[in-house]
Write a protein that binds this ligand. Sequence first.
Ligand code: GDP
Ligand code: IMO
Ligand code: MG
Length: 433
Amino acid sequence: MPGIVIVGTQWGDEGKGKIVDLLAERADAVVRFQGGNNAGHTIVRDGEEFKLHLIPSGILYRGVTCIIGNGVVVDPAVLISELDGLRRRGVDVTGVKLSANAHVIMPYHVMLDSAGEAKLGKLAIGTTKRGIGPCYADKAARLGIRVQDLLDPKILRKKILAALEPKKQMLRPFARDPRLDLHAIAEQYTAYGHRLEPHIADTARLCWEILDRDGLVLFEGAQAAMLDLDHGTYPFVSSSNPIAGAACVGAGVGPTDISEVWGVAKAYTTRVGAGPFPTELDDEVGKHLLTKGHEYGTTTGRERRTGWLDLVALRYAVRLNRLSALVITKLDVLAGLDPIRVAVRYRGGDGAVFDEFPYHQSILHAAEAEYDELPGFDGDIGACRDESELPQEARDYLAYIEDFVGVPIKLVGVGPGRDQIVARGEQPALLAA
Ligand code: GDP
Ligand code: IMO
Ligand code: MG
């Protein structure tokens, strides 16, 4: 059996959690390979909602190993509270494995994230202020604290001391803040290490063992292509690589371990935080998407910006990830809108036409989307389970997307519930009953 990567194709919150949960039924392991608790992945099972930030979305199945890979940045306090919260709800968390090589978010990372945003003022990125960027910066600067360091108080103290030194300038206003007290941090993080020790493992090796005996490993992306540090709308991006290629680095497997890449896209677009968004709507339709789609951030509760589906950006994400299948979620939210519009090209500030996603920031920032119009549909499609039950206009919409981006749509979300899904076309063996 293969390794399958599941990634977001827009600006996050496409419904990755729901899809990973669905596919995880047949998986041996689910691995998070990048990002941190900036992610918020929602699963709704029998009307009960689970919001996961660090723990992979396979956790609701007994026997699925849930791996937090080396590429993830881990806030131990958040992980511990997530583990405790799930345990209280009767979920077995013994299968959660945490890479010893994953980097740890420290109190100064969280402070630097906020201070950095404040300094940027009007140019702020709108980060989740969880310390993600500063933690990855320390990793690249080789000043990071790794999970394994939490198990050795002496090394931990030394490393914290070295990491704090270069931050003094930026954190000068907080010089007396107890959150920057070396002794207190070292003690607290040693305690976290004790709590997490039963979960700490050589997680790359765990993946190899499963893959080598033909088990199924799902690699769960957080964030999405347009928030990719290299390929997204820089600098309005996150600090990791959420595209499929990063699954190998962030989990410690090889490219030939991956046999499929599934991309998740909403039937429209949302974005949290600042940055270009060519199909953004600031009208009644935008409000419809916001309210009917409950578009409020899972992590920060912020209102998400909303807009029409952007096929120029989606086709770009399809190619970046070399998707083998596409999942369209939240089709139900479009019911009641007529016509439905989809962006098919951009018009630059000087009138030039762009059929492909432009790499140049000045072009992108001034780009306006141009649309095709498709007939809308009405009614509640939340009970549909087969494509034939969907209104013809909804089916035409899906066919249009598929045709434009050139990848088969295999699943369609018609509501938040685990069962609110329509399988489309030939299904891969892993989904067959
Ligand atoms: P993720 O970060 O990609 O996992 O997505 P989030 O969980 O942050 O946001 C997706 C939201 O949409 C969650 O509240 C889901 O419960 C919900 N959702 C997922 N699929 C569907 C769908 O097909 N229809 C509707 N109405 N809601 C959905
Ligand atoms: P999931 O996995 C949506 C956005 C933030 C901000 C930018 C940088 O739930 O799809 P960061 O804190 O990462 O430095 O913020 O990235 N962002 C997300 N937006 N979904 C997410 O995760 C996000 N994770 C980060 O809003 O614009
Ligand atoms: Mg989310």
